[in-house]
Design a binder for this molecule. Structure first.
Ligand code: TPP
Length: 566
């Protein structure tokens, strides 16, 4: 395959590559197709950009999502319509999770636009806009590059919108243009900068004064972190605020990992009836609470059963602050607000002292003999012991949500799950992408058997690229989370020989080790091996548990979500 010549002037494709590298992308998750081949040549010619070839586009999209969670931005490249519609679900997930993912599609020849030709890979009608129309619903900006003259502007516009909005964008590049030069893709580095978001000063001052008055008058105030904190780049400012006011601090489930769990005032996850013990009581009995970047959906609100009163709440959203359900201030950047508020709050220890006075028992997992059938809580007790600043946990939709939520994260340990979108199979691609971005961490993924069956293939990509993730495949024989919401015969799945599947992917190329774990003894041995002799291999541990072995939180949550659905 001829590569572009180094002496060549930059092309449309190499301009995109340069921009990706400038914003922090060094791995591109891709599946080739005839509409994107020349584009891929141009992209991977850049020495700073490596191609990670995926088994399918859905996983390439999930990988870009996982990558963006660690690096702040991710990218994938697919081919027209067959690739585009396959990656769509992952891009919708990235939208729901506020992740800037640059989705690049190799599109039709620019000379075919405006004709009534019928192209392959379409549904057989002379309309090339079908893919674009689908992406309009799940991206914050779309650029269809049909001319070289405006390509520079459209590409830069789309990429900067993705970063500003923290949402995915769609860039379609006509296949005949990808390798062409244009003076705007100049060789000289043209600085690429984003204009920062700014608060309206008067609005900010008024909001901070009103919020400080509200909180300083409270006896038992608390702070709660929501999942938009990260997309709003306000995680550090939230911690600063917590240090300044000394209130107890909780996180909503999707914000786990955004606040140091070793912090003396951390009280756990606020998730209504399935919160960390005593956390719900502390939050809901407070006389004032500040939520920073929350999303209250049916899942995070446990079927809309939270007891939050709007008169008591300060709601801080990305550009708006609402106090007590009556005062609402716009044009305020969350980060600016939290930073300014930290300077105005008086320290208030009462609320935290109340919490400390309560007896908060540490749960102790009962072990039942090391050769008895493995129990889920025994499994997670051992996963807990594996965690350090050098690990990151990826939790798939299912009972893993609840079991992983209860893990105590050491400082620096990553934690990711896809709670807003909850598309099963996400974690396989996300693990691939996260591990590619965070080479300093060993990724520990907890994946149910049902979810794994959706996207399993890309474990082979992890092996191909030398990743050393540890995957706990939890084989409980079915869709247990669905069982707890509403049961039926459809929740039972075909049992696979999961280690056999991964051994087949391995095929003696690369480093991979698999084991079946049936009891605590097997588990202890397998973890020791994964962390010792096999520390440089991808380790896949199929943990076989009883089909009804679930967390108590799933039982509670399932019945509440189920009644909200009926
Ligand atoms: N299809 C997609 C793409 N996403 C979904 N969330 C669902 C269907 C519905 N769904 C949610 S969880 C789930 C299903 C089918 C089952 C997950 O089962 P498993 O991965 O085995 O985890 P477990 O509940 O057993 O812990």
């Amino acid at each position: 395959m001829p590569r572009p010549d180094a002496s060549c002037s930059p092309t449309l494709g190499s301009h995109i590559a340069r921009r990706l590298v400038e914003i922090g992308v060094s791995d591109l998750f891709a599946v080739p197709g005839d509409f994107n081949l020349v584009l891929l040549d141009q992209l991977i010619y850049h020495p700073g950009l490596s191609l990670v070839g995926c088994c399918n586009e859905l996983n390439a999209g999930y990988a870009a999502d996982g990558y963006a969670r660690s690096r702040g931005v991710g990218a994938c490249a697919v081919t027209f319509t067959v690739g585009g519609l396959s990656v769509l679900n992952a891009i919708a997930g990235a939208y729901s999770e506020n992740l800037p993912v640059i989705c690049i599609v190799g599109g039709p020849n620019s000379n075919d636009y405006g004709t009534n030709r019928i192209l392959h890979h379409t549904i057989g009608i002379p309309d090339f806009s079908q893919e674009l129309r689908c992406f309009q619903a799940v991206t914050c900006a779309q650029a269809v590059i049909q001319h070289l003259e405006d390509a520079h502007e459209l590409i830069d516009g789309a990429i900067s919108t993705a970063l500003r909005e923290s949402k995915p964008v769609y860039i379609s590049v006509c296949c005949n243009l990808a390798g062409l030069e244009h003076p705007t893709f100049s060789k000289e580095p043209v600085p690429y900068a984003l204009s920062p978001r700014m608060s309206n000063y008067q609005s900010l001052e008024a909001a901070v004064t009103a919020a400080a008055e509200f909180l300083n008058a409270a006896v038992k105030p608390v702070l709660v972190a929501g999942n938009k904190l990260k997309a709003c780049r306000a995680v550090d400012e939230f911690v600063e605020l917590a240090d300044a006011c000394s209130y107890p601090v909780a996180v909503m489930p999707s914000a786990k990992g955004y606040f140091p769990e070793s912090h003396p005032r951390f009280i756990g996850t606020y998730w209504g009836a399935v919160s960390t013990p005593y956390c719900c009581e502390i939050v809901e009995s407070a006389d004032a609470y500040l939520f920073a970047g929350p999303v209250f959906n049916d899942y995070s609100s446990v079927g809309y059963s939270l007891l939050i009163k709007k008169e008591k709440v300060i709601m801080v959203q990305s550009e708006r602050v609402t106090i007590g359900g009556r005062l609402s201030f716009g044009c305020i950047v969350m980060r600016d607000f939290l930073k300014a508020l930290a300077k105005k709050l008086r320290k208030n220890d009462t609320s935290y002292q109340n919490f400390q006075r309560m007896y908060v028992p540490e749960g102790h997992v009962v072990t039942h003999g090391s050769t008895d059938a493995l129990r889920v809580n025994v499994l997670f007790k051992h996963i807990q012991e594996m965690l350090s600043k050098d690990s990151a946990v990826i939790a798939e939709t299912g009972d893993s949500w609840f079991n992983c939520q209860k893990l105590k994260l050491p400082d620096g340990c990553g934690f990711e799950f896809q709670m807003q979108y909850g598309s099963i199979g996400w974690s396989v691609g996300a693990t691939l992408g996260y591990a590619q971005a965070a080479k300093d961490k060993r990724v520990i993924s907890c994946i149910g058997d049902g979810s794994f069956q959706v996207t399993a293939q890309d474990v082979s990509t992890m092996i191909r690229y030398g990743q050393k993730n540890i995957i706990f495949l939890i084989n409980n024989g079915g869709y247990t989370i669905e069982v707890e919401i509403h049961d039926g015969p459809y929740n039972i799945i075909k049992n696979w020989n999961y280690t056999g599947v991964v051994d087949a992917f391995h095929n003696n190329e690369g480093k991979c080790w698999t084991a079946k774990v049936r009891n605590e003894k097997d588990l202890i041995e397998a973890i020791a091996k994964a962390q010792g002799e096999k520390k440089d291999s991808l380790c896949f541990l199929e943990c076989i548990v009883h089909k009804d072995d679930t967390s108590k939180e799933l039982l509670e949550w399932g019945s509440r979500v189920s009644s909200a659905n009926s």
